[in-house]
Write a protein that binds this ligand. Structure first.
Ligand code: HEC
Ligand code: HEC
Length: 344
């Protein structure tokens, strides 16, 4: 539904409101007269194609004011508000000018999603940039698309070198919107292989030699915030044009694909359905000894418990895995549902 549709549907109500003289300014000025003050339409609020480069710059500026999560959210929502207007005008978002002033004067401003900073209040769990971006996506599109795009954005995050070349260029050439840079150097890149703030920041610090409290690390996360917000709208643009599958796919790592033949969200506990997820398993589970310990795998496939040899064990697991893939694929073709479409 676009703005005109919203306006049409609210015309009748607004007449009554004007007679009552009780109109309250919640929305953009030119629209205020035509709408009931407390009318918040149900989600989704709709999406129109956005310019990823504009959103990248807003994300970087947003980071300076609200950090990663609030910054990514503010960037996408600000672009949507400019493009679509109502109902995005209902959100409590400071304007670009207000944000620039606050950054210049080091004043504190609030936006939704800012709790996600540093993986939720600095706890370093889920990186705030995808957290904020996915929250923005949540307003714009249907539920299935929200879950699909969010999942693909996280997977893209895992394997992408940050900060992007283009963000480095913007910083070096002073093309971002911030009044004063934390650093305008071209910063080293690293791939997190994880969606965790903890891993993402730690790997970058080790790769670059900068401390976690350095202004370079902060700048890196600012550029990353722009990069993630930009990719989120690129995915939404592709989705709008029916091209999401061309632009983004889950393309899980080989290990994750193998592990998930047994370990996924499912009902066969014995087989390994006591976990869930699409993350890169190997970023945390490097010790595969459990699979050659005294357990069902060993009994079923005869791996020697006493002689631990990493390669052999993982190889065995992979072998077993590919054997089971065939069964799994057949099950899926028989109508089993994909994760995300069932109870979460
Ligand atoms: C062929 C099926 C299969 C594959 C493939 C598989 N697992 Fe397992 N895994 C199991 C089963 C079954 C258990 C439970 C063993 C038991 O407790 O007896 C298990 C146990 C585990 C455990 C718990 C071990 C413990 O200490 O209890 C972890 C962690 C694990 N798997 C991780 C992985 C990862 C990571 C991968 C991919 C690299 C993987 N598994 C691949 C079937 C599999
Ligand atoms: C961010 C780190 C991380 C990632 C990524 C990760 N895991 Fe885990 N996983 C853990 C931790 C920590 C536990 C809890 C281990 C424990 O209690 O001993 C766990 C538990 C498990 C268990 C149950 C272990 C048990 O004791 O029975 C399985 C099976 C498992 N993970 C498989 C996977 C698979 C498959 C993937 C990839 C799809 C994956 N994990 C990705 C950290 C991770």
């Amino acid at each position: 539904m676009d703005r005109r549709d919203f306006l049409k549907s609210t015309l009748a109500v607004s007449g009554v409101m004007l007679l009552g003289g009780a109109n309250v300014a919640l929305a953009a000025p030119e629209e205020t007269q035509s709408r009931q003050a407390d009318e918040v339409p149900p989600l989704p609020w709709g999406y129109e194609e956005l310019d990823p480069e504009y959103v990248r710059k807003l994300g970087h500026l947003g980071y300076y004011a609200f950090a990663c999560s609030g910054g990514a959210f503010w960037a996408i929502m600000t672009a949507l508000r400019e493009k679509i207007g109502y109902p995005y005008t209902l959100l409590p978002l400071p304007s670009i000018e207000e944000v620039k002033t606050a950054v210049a004067e080091k004043k504190s401003l609030m936006v939704p999603m800012l709790y996600g900073e540093g993986g939720v209040g600095g706890f370093a769990s889920l990186c705030g940039a995808p957290n904020g971006a996915c929250s923005a996506i949540n307003y714009a599109v249907e539920k299935e698309v929200v879950l699909d795009v969010s999942r693909k954005l996280l997977r893209w995050y895992e394997k992408t070198p940050f900060p992007s070349e283009i963000s480095n260029e913007y910083a070096v050439n002073h093309q971002f919107l911030v009044p004063k840079y934390k650093s305008d150097k071209s910063l080293p890149q690293s791939v997190a292989n994880s969606v965790l703030c903890h891993v993402s920041v730690s790997r970058w610090c080790v790769a670059s030699g900068y401390a976690s409290g350095s202004s370079e690390r902060s700048e890196r996360c600012g550029r990353l915030t722009g990069d993630v917000a930009a990719m989120a709208v690129s995915f939404l643009n592709a989705q709008l044009n029916g091209k999401l599958d061309e632009v983004a796919s889950l393309s899980l790592t080989q290990s994750t694909t193998e592990c998930r033949t047994c370990h996924e969200k499912g009902t066969d506990y014995e087989e390994g359905d006591f976990t869930r997820g699409y993350m890169e398993c190997e970023s945390c589970h490097t010790d595969m000894r459990p699979h050659i310990a005294e357990n069902k795998i060993r009994t079923a496939f005869g791996v020697d418990v006493e002689t631990w040899a990493g390669a052999a064990a993982v190889g065995t697991v992979a072998g077993i895995g590919s054997h089971l893939v065939a069964n799994k694929v057949r099950n899926k073709e028989n109508g089993a549902t994909e994760e995300g479409q069932e109870d979460s």
